[in-house]
Write a protein that binds this ligand. Structure first.
Ligand code: SF4
Length: 359
């Protein structure tokens, strides 16, 4: 079978399934989209509002920073008001992890390397085991063990994998395998190679992403390249696009990456041309507004907004609904058939009306 003919789901690497709340991760299940709140966790109202907003656009798991005991103690209140699984992100203090479990969280993200003594990790692992919740071992290039940095010189992929192996060995030694792994760095190729190396050796489900990838303008590109390479090689069971931007943007971009690879179907896909000297309408204005309005539409459909008759009718015909521009006008297509000719000033309204009628 030629590469282009392969179905993406058939090429996914085999991992075991774990459950974060009711959400299956790994084992060939759909790649799960997650994000992280950017509010102060102690501000329960603002945090719940942000999670509900993320839920409404398809976020499937949410992670919250738990920097201190006060934040750990409000997790139960937050969890009561949201429907998606909540993961507590804990560093350094094992007691925060115990309290988070007490508060009913659905998963933990820890880096055993910074929790310290083995007995502290054992307490966390025992509590996770008793409450049937998974632990993500989150390895980050920015916080690798000192001896590994010395051994490898800098955060090489092999160093990230060795760090993960240490934690896995420790947790497996405590008879705990309800684990998922992440091996993130801000360097795209290091991150990609670390995940490749790891998935050649282990079948634990993988949370993928490029860490600290930057503001949206560059972060979206780094995340798309990094996650795109990994997902196209069948690596990755859940993902977060980390952006210095609103978390809603992280979720939107994650779905766009997954849709581009045929791994998820969600909402509308917009095709629009780059425009050129042949374009006879304000296509950039129209496409920008259509793209914005399509974010609120959950029906899987393909929309084409094209500038002229060169590629316009072809693309518009291939789409479920399309516009091919002319001089101050547009031709509206539905399932490949011309519906009508519309004046430029009415194009947006008519197109959105047609989209709203789509079943
Ligand atoms: Fe130019 Fe027409 Fe192609 Fe758009 S569809 S880029 S306007 S030739």
């Amino acid at each position: 079978m030629k590469r282009a003919e392969q179905k993406p789901m058939e090429t996914r690497r085999k991992t075991r399934t774990i459950y974060v709340g009711k959400v299956p991760v790994g084992g060939g299940h759909l790649v799960v989209v997650q994000s992280m709140t950017k509010t102060n966790t102690l501000d329960v109202e603002a945090t719940v509002k942000q999670i509900q907003s993320l839920e409404s656009i398809g976020c499937e798991i949410i992670r919250l920073a738990v920097p201190n005991m006060k934040a750990a103690k409000v997790l139960g209140n937050i969890k009561k008001s949201v429907s998606i699984p909540v993961i507590a992100d804990i560093h350094f203090d094992w007691r925060l992890a115990l309290e988070a479990i007490e508060q009913g969280v659905d998963g933990l993200r820890i880096n055993p390397g910074n929790i310290g003594a083995k007995w502290k990790i054992k307490e966390v692992v025992t509590a996770a085991k008793n409450n049937l919740i998974p632990i993500r071992i989150g390895i980050n290039a920015g916080s690798l063990e000192k001896d590994l940095l010395k051994k490898y010189g800098h955060p090489k992929p092999e160093a990230l994998v060795e760090s993960a192996e240490r934690s896995i060995t420790m947790l497996e030694g405590m008879d705990f395998t309800n684990i998922k792994i992440s091996l993130k760095g801000s360097n795209v190729l290091t991150t990609v190679d670390a995940y490749r190396l790891f998935s050649d050796k282990y079948d634990y489900p993988l949370h993928i992403g490029v860490s600290e990838s930057g503001p949206a303008s560059t972060g979206i590109i780094k995340s798309s390249v990094g996650c795109g390479i990994l997902l196209s090689e069948g690596i990755g069971d859940t993902m977060r696009v980390s952006l210095t931007a609103e978390p809603e943007e992280e979720v939107r971009v994650a779905y766009e990456i997954l849709k581009a690879l045929g791994l998820r179907k969600k909402g509308a896909e917009l095709v629009s041309c780059p425009t050129c000297g042949r374009c006879g309408i304000d296509l950039p204005g129209l496409a920008t507004e259509v793209e914005y309005r399509l974010r609120k539409i959950n029906k899987p459909m393909k929309i084409a907004v094209m500038g002229c008759v060169v590629n316009g009718p072809g693309e518009a015909r291939e789409a479920d609904i399309g516009i091919a521009g002319g001089k101050g006008i547009g031709i509206l297509f539905r399932k490949g058939k011309i519906i009508k000719k519309i004046k430029e000033k009415d194009l947006l309204d008519e197109l959105m009306h047609e989209i709203s009628q789509w079943k």
